[in-house]
Design a protein around this ligand. Structure first.
Ligand SMILES: Nc1ncnc2c1ncn2[C@@H]1O[C@H](COP(=O)(O)OP(=O)(O)O)[C@@H](O)[C@H]1O
Ligand SMILES: [Mg+2]
Length: 423
């Protein structure tokens, strides 16, 4: 099977890595890939969707897997499908589950899927009236994609109203804030649950928790994600059963009924309150670095799982996982997430990587023999172990043997389980 992976981050590296390990995968391409995916397969300097479809057709690509949301909301899946090419990901219409919070909330309400009480509106007056019915804190969300910055948890009614006004007048997020969602604050713990869907059937991966803040103790600014681990023991079998029957199954059925069957990765952001799961949001692709933690746990061959998911054939698949836990710790460049950082050479001590710990590369480029950190999130040290603590220790042992100028990382990934906030 010849496989093309769209994207350039650690997520795409992690997906590529399991295809590379699968003997059924013959040729592996990345578009555009990064300096390290070039060691797993061939990088392509193509970004135009039609040109990618031309390549897939000409080179006999059997399966394309899309990592990031931009090509999905941009309709890459529609282009490929029009040409009879197998691609794993949602159509632009189905990708609205992530692209519009108003669409998502209305979808959840229509299908009676648990979520926080809300209003979605373009009217400042309507937003203010609804805010008056809630007790603080109050959550105000811009409708459109805001790179993880469009959600404000307001401490009181005045702040909530001011935020809604700023969003709706276009001051805060431009177009993306022309419509807002105001919703009740849910006080609980968060889980990330991923389902691979084929439009009708789905399989669920082990639940993760991620760490969005830059600094230990969940302090500092929000980032794309500084670490993740899974499976988390907080997601009991009983809770996973509720998430599956009350959230994932009705979402997949509802999307089909609404004429937008959901194919691809359904990422459910869940808040658990008193052991009951509520949907915070959906994303339509893998989280990063959750993907880097989850992929090495898969025992089912990548070609089988992703090909079946892309061709409507998931029914009856038996998904197998290694009986292990994974912890992924992100190493970012010096000035992340504030500004760019000059390139720096990466060195990995000999023998540092093993069965228990490996690197998923993200912000890197090749310069001759050297692999250079190019800024942002540079790489993820992924540790595996029989429990979260041993996996965490393996990830940090590797992290101590990976060097580049200005490297920064959190020391308390998986604190929810290990109980050590400052590792
Ligand atoms: N109703 C809510 N109650 C409590 N916290 C919330 C609520 N909605 C969002 N949050 C918090 O804000 C974060 C971001 O919200 P989310 O809907 O996931 O938007 P995005 O990821 O697009 O920024 C969540 O991960 C959660 O921590
Ligand atoms: Mg989110």
């Amino acid at each position: 099977m010849n496989v093309l992976i769209i994207g350039s981050g650690g997520r795409e590296y992690a997906i590529g890595r399991i295809f590379k390990a699968d003997p059924a995968c013959q040729k592996l391409y990345f578009a555009p890939g990064n300096g390290a995916t070039a060691d797993l397969g061939t990088n392509l300097a193509i970004s135009d969707h039609e040109a990618l479809a031309d390549f897939a057709q000409a080179e006999g690509i059997d399966l394309t897997v899309v990592g990031p949301e931009d090509p999905l909301t941009g309709g890459i899946v529609d282009r490929f499908r029009d040409r009879g090419l197998n691609i794993f990901g949602p159509t632009a219409a189905a990708a609205q589950l992530e692209g519009s919070k108003a669409f998502m909330k209305n979808f959840l309400a229509r299908h009676q899927i648990p979520t926080a009480p809300y209003i979605e509106t373009e009217s400042i007056e309507a937003a203010e009236r609804f805010i008056d019915t809630l007790s603080a804190p109050i959550v105000v969300k811009a409708d459109g994609l805001c790179a993880g910055k469009g959600v404000i948890i307001a401490r009181d009614h005045a702040e909530a109203k001011a935020t809604a006004r700023d969003m709706l007048s276009g001051n805060l997020f431009g177009q993306a804030g022309n419509r807002v969602v105001v919703e009740a604050f849910l006080d609980g713990f968060e889980l990330s649950v991923f389902a691979l869907c084929d439009g009708e059937d789905f399989v669920v991966l082990p639940a993760c928790q991620d760490h969005k803040r830059l600094l230990d103790g969940d302090e500092g600014p929000n980032t794309g994600g500084m670490g993740a681990y899974g499976p988390t023991p907080l997601a009991t079998p009983e809770l996973m059963e509720k998430i599956q029957t009350r959230i994932i199954a009705p979402t997949v059925a509802g999307m089909k009924k609404d004429g937008h069957p959901f194919e691809g990765v359904l990422f459910c952001g869940i808040m658990v309150v008193d052991n009951e799961p509520y949907t915070l949001e959906f994303n339509v692709r893998f989280g990063d670095p959750e993907c880097e933690a989850l992929m090495p746990l898969l025992q089912t061959p990548a070609t089988e799982l992703f090909y079946k998911a892309a061709t409507g054939d998931l029914k009856g698949i038996e998904l197998r996982f290694k009986p292990l836990c994974a912890v992924g710790v992100v190493a970012a460049s010096a000035h992340y997430p504030y500004k760019s950082t000059p390139p720096a050479a990466i060195t990995v001590e000999a023998g540092a990587q093993s069965e228990q710990a490996h690197i998923a590369y993200a912000g890197v480029k090749r310069e001759g023999e050297k692999l250079m950190a190019t800024g942002g999130r540079v790489l993820v040290c992924v540790g595996l172990g029989e429990n979260v603590r041993t996996a965490r220790d393996a990830a940090y042992r590797l992290m101590d043997r990976v060097h580049f100028e200005g490297k920064q990382h959190r020391r308390d990934i998986a604190w929810q389980v290990t109980g050590e906030q400052d590792g």
